[in-house]
Design a protein. Structure first.
Ligand code: NAD
Length: 374
């Protein structure tokens, strides 16, 4: 199933056409021919992985996506990427992929199970997929000599923090099996780096939201519990109503405050993490957020403004395990990688998320198979 992607020569050929000289395309085309580097992206048919796959291709990387499509969609994988359907913990498959005809320089590991309440009721499924599966992948990487690894971790490793904004050195006290599973793999990576040298970057995402501004991909995760995604589903009529979980928190308007990071800025952080490792950089654990937060009510107001209609919202009790405020201290990411986010604006995040949701639901309705979302 693993095929080499050929670079089509048309990037250079188009220069004879009227219009501006396509320096950028030629440069990218040549970079791919002369210096094409390959990254394996597990979970690249999912929300964040597909944005990173696009960002890597934009940066001149060759991309192989490995995904079992448990929550991902084949159509989210960029057409220029090679797609392999299968589990990222499948040792035999991994051996085949990592021994393929081209050298894989790095692995970016997004594949995983991500629904916190699900992890509470079925912890073994989460430890099996997120811990056992990741260990198989790391083992296969070491066996194949792939020595650069970028890992999707989460702010859930902090649990209920004493200090907000949260620095990376804050105590880690996950409140659920999902958070524990991610923290375990952070530790496995550290130990493997110590024992075998495995330079890696663990990125602890805060609340990821929005969609590719060019509309190339977005969030299609089934059963998503992410606030902006759910609110956009309500705004486009794909979901009847939504709930605010708790209005009596010690925050200015009584609802929880979260640090929302646009998925394209997050994708850029991954490209920079990879560049850091390619340049021989050492292992890092970094927060991915903007360093400021919005309350649930502020987010819902913005969705209503952008959508131009009120949302059907019920107010309910608190959910177990929600911290009042989770906001990143993001200085290290900016300093280490010269990361300059381009979409640090709630309106932009909501506008791109809503545009994606409208297209997605419109396409599904058009195809006569509207998803049952709630
Ligand atoms: N979305 C967020 O706000 C957020 C926050 C913190 C961390 N993360 C982490 O980011 C990563 C990506 O999350 P997402 O929001 O894109 O979720 P997603 O569900 O959209 O993507 C996960 C992808 O992994 C695939 N997958 C799952 N298990 C697999 C396996 N064993 N083998 C192969 N493929 C498998 C799924 O089919 C899907 O395409 C996850 O590891 C998640 O824990 C996400």
């Amino acid at each position: 199933m693993v095929r080499a992607q050929r670079v089509r020569p048309c990037a250079v050929g188009t220069s004879i056409l009227p219009g501006p000289f396509p320096v950028d395309r030629i440069r990218k085309g040549l970079a791919r021919i002369v210096d094409e580097r390959t990254a394996l992206v597990t979970g690249g048919a999912g929300y964040i992985g597909s944005h990173v796959a696009w960002a890597l291709l934009d940066a001149g990387w060759r991309v192989i996506v490995l995904d079992d499509l448990s929550t991902g969609r084949r159509e989210l994988v960029p057409p220029a990427a090679t797609f392999v359907e299968g589990g990222s913990g499948d040792a035999a498959l991994l051996r085949g992929v990592l021994a393929a005809e081209r050298r894989i320089e790095a692995v970016l590991h997004f594949a995983g199970s991500i629904v916190v309440p699900e992890s509470v009721v079925d912890p073994l499924a989460y430890y099996r997929n997120n811990v056992v599966g990741s260990i198989e992948l790391i083992d296969a990487c070491l066996a194949a000599g792939v020595k650069r690894f970028v890992f999707s971790s989460t702010a859930a490793v902090y649990g209920d923090p004493d200090q907000v904004p949260i620095p990376e050195h804050a105590p880690t006290r996950p409140l659920n099996p999902y958070g524990h599973s991610k923290l375990m793999i952070e530790q496995v990576l550290k130990d493997c780096d110590h024992a075998h040298r495995l330079p890696h970057v663990a990125l602890r995402y805060f609340n990821v939201a929005g969609a590719d501004p060019g509309g190339r991909t977005g969030q299609a995760t089934p059963k998503a519990t992410h606030l902006i995604k759910v609110a956009c589903e309500v705004a486009v009529g794909a979901r009847e109503a939504m709930e605010i979980y708790g209005t009596d928190y010690p925050t200015p308007d009584g609802t929880c405050v979260r640090d929302y990071i646009h998925v394209s800025d997050l994708a850029d952080a991954h490209v920079k993490a990879l560049e850091h490792l390619m340049a021989g950089g050492s292992s890092l654990t970094l927060n991915c957020g903007y360093g400021h937060g919005f309350s649930v009510r502020e987010v819902l107001r913005m969705v209503e403004q952008v959508a131009g209609r009120p949302l059907a919202v019920r107010e309910g009790p608190r959910r177990a395990g929600d911290s009042p405020r989770l906001v990143a201290e993001p200085g290290a990411l900016r300093e280490r990688f010269s990361w300059n986010p381009r979409h640090d604006d709630l309106r932009t995040i909501v506008t791109t998320a809503l545009a994606w949701e409208r297209r997605r639901v419109g396409a599904e309705r058009g195809a006569g198979r509207t998803a049952a979302l709630s």
